[in-house]
Design a binder for this molecule. Structure first.
Ligand SMILES: Cc1cc2nc3c(=O)[nH]c(=O)nc-3n(C[C@H](O)[C@H](O)[C@H](O)COP(=O)(O)OP(=O)(O)OC[C@H]3O[C@@H](n4cnc5c(N)ncnc54)[C@H](O)[C@@H]3O)c2cc1C
Length: 374
């Protein structure tokens, strides 16, 4: 029997795609090399855009996710002039975005799959694929099957393909910081000489992402709590006082993306198509938009893997994908640099954003909705 769509990878992106396809009446089954439920062990805390909240609500899972709303985002750089503040009130939305744990999102999606009776086959590793004219053969560790379309949501880009790559030579140290005073749902993005330092309000604490050189991240990870707290306080500055630090781990950072997210009877989504630096918190947000666009393209086709369907999908995603990759990469290269001329230019840019509300509003809407904000 030939399946319409087989999804490789049952993380948040693969599960979202299966639900989005189901909503459009297209059957899909998921195969993941890990046992079912493993995605609930992911420790990442994600900033979800306003647009992502709408997508997750549309997929019927939003009410099961414990999310902390963001009412204001404060952007500044340490040791230089210029700052800007983006507010939900000014943008006339209930919240600029939300903060939720990846594990909570995964559990909500998994429960929704079960309720919709969508197959999730765990401990099933992709070994090989062979595309033909009408179908594609998929060899998995537990057998072979045929599909019209394979959607990859494996969370990483393999080594054997042509990718565009940038190594920022940076690691992210992730931890929780307890503020001395209630955070009042304000998120902070502070650019330090080492890299960005983001604070996301999450429950009563801040989920912190501190970007620095790989050797510094290793050293900080091994520090006693008091020394790490003092270091992070010093890097952030006095605007928010921290009283405790907990739960630290590190991730290497880079940018990798496939030039083409499609091939005959195959499509790559989320981190399998583009792995972004987490500075702007865009990876999962962009992936959700990928999933919705693919589900819409597939819904109106008799053959979900037909070349014209994949061409339409790639064209539909080009602007948002390139724009999000470009903004994230540009932010890192502009702000992770201690050049004094650039430092002033950045300060001027932030002041300009603060003084020109339409410009700030443009940036806010771009972050909230992706390219469709235009
Ligand atoms: C530090 C950090 C902070 C981030 N912050 C944000 C944020 O604030 N906002 C945001 O939008 N994004 C953020 N991101 C990005 C976000 O975490 C990712 O975009 C998202 O988790 C990717 O989900 P995924 O389902 O594509 O991948 P994963 O969660 O990695 O899932 C991939 C799945 O595929 C399976 N798999 C792999 N290979 C195979 C195979 N050969 N056969 C079968 N199965 C396979 C794996 O077992 C896994 O279950 C952040 C990322 C990092 C590193």
């Amino acid at each position: 029997m030939t399946q319409p769509v087989v999804i490789i990878g049952g993380g948040p992106v693969g599960m979202s795609l299966a639900l989005a396809l189901h909503k459009q009446g297209v059957a899909a089954e998921i195969h993941d090399l890990r046992p079912r439920g493993a995605a609930a062990g992911d420790q990442r805390i994600l900033a979800l855009s306003h647009g992502s909240q709408q997508i997750l609500a549309n997929l019927g899972v939003w009410s099961a996710i414990k999310a902390t709303p963001i009412f204001d985002i404060h952007v500044s750089q340490r040791g230089a002039a210029g700052r800007t503040r983006i507010s939900a009130r000014e943008e006339k939305v209930a919240a600029l975005g939300y903060v939720a744990s990846s594990s909570d999102i995964a559990m909500a999606l998994d429960n929704a799959l079960e309720a919709a009776n969508i197959s999730y086959i765990g401990e099933s590793r992709l070994l090989d694929v062979t595309p033909a004219d009408d179908t594609i053969t998929i060899d998995l560790s537990d057998g072979s099957l045929h599909a019209q379309l394979v959607a990859y949501a494996e969370g990483r880009i393999g080594e054997s393909v042509h990718v565009v790559e940038r190594d920022y030579d940076q690691h992210a140290l992730i931890c929780r910081l307890t503020p001395a005073k209630p955070h009042r749902n304000v998120a902070w993005e502070r650019f330090t000489q080492h890299g960005p330092f983001a604070l996301l309000p999450f429950e009563g604490d801040y989920a912190a992402v501190y970007v620095c050189a790989p050797q510094d991240a290793e050293r900080l990870k091994g520090m006693p709590d008091a020394a790490l707290l003092a270091h992070l306080q010093n890097q952030f500055g006095p605007r928010v006082q921290f009283t405790a630090v907990s739960g630290r781990f590190i991730y290497p950072l880079g940018l990798r993306y496939r030039e083409h997210p499609t091939a005959p009877r195959q499509v790559w989504l989320g981190n399998a198509a583009q792995t972004l630096h987490p500075v702007a918190g865009q990876g999962f947000n962009l992936a959700l938009r990928d999933c919705m666009a693919l589900a819409h393209c597939v819904a109106v086709a008799t053959d979900p893997g037909a070349a014209e369907v994949l061409t339409r999908y790639a064209a539909n995603r080009r602007l948002d994908r390139r724009g999000t990759i470009g903004i994230t990469d540009g932010l890192i290269r502009l702000f992770s640099n201690d050049n004094p001329i650039l430092k002033h230019a950045r300060g001027a840019g932030l002041i300009a954003l603060d003084l020109v509300p339409p410009l700030r509003s443009f940036l806010a809407r771009r972050m909230m909705f992706g390219a469709r904000a235009w």
